[in-house]
Design a protein around this ligand. Structure first.
Ligand code: ZN
Length: 104
């Protein structure tokens, strides 16, 4: 069984406690921006997501634990978590991701 580090609990917990919650770092347009958007742009915001092969920034939910959301960098090919971090922290750069990978 895979263990996932929750940055809120600060411990590794079994994967069955977690749920994938979509791509990370998607910022919802404010009401004024939404009014100015075309239907095509709004549809793109709602439904179009990256489909990365490799390291991907994702949102995860510790549904059967502390009930908090957090972000993670996960390799979509190997299913390995490279790093988890709290929401509000900036999207990691490729250099940071490479550094985290080499530290493991
Ligand atoms: Zn937790």
């Amino acid at each position: 069984m895979m263990l996932i580090h929750c940055p809120h609990c600060d411990e590794k917990r079994p994967e069955v406690e977690f749920a994938y919650a979509g791509e990370a770092h998607i910022v919802r347009p404010n009401a004024e921006q939404q009014q100015a958007m075309s239907d095509a742009k709004w549809s793109e915001f709602l439904f179009i997501r990256d489909n990365v092969r490799g390291e991907h920034c994702e949102r995860w939910w510790h549904a059967n634990g502390c009930n908090m959301f957090f972000n993670a960098v996960r390799n979509t090919v190997t299913d390995k978590f490279i790093k988890t971090y709290k929401i509000g922290q900036k999207r990691p750069t490729q250099a940071q991701i490479q550094k985290w990978k080499s530290a493991k």
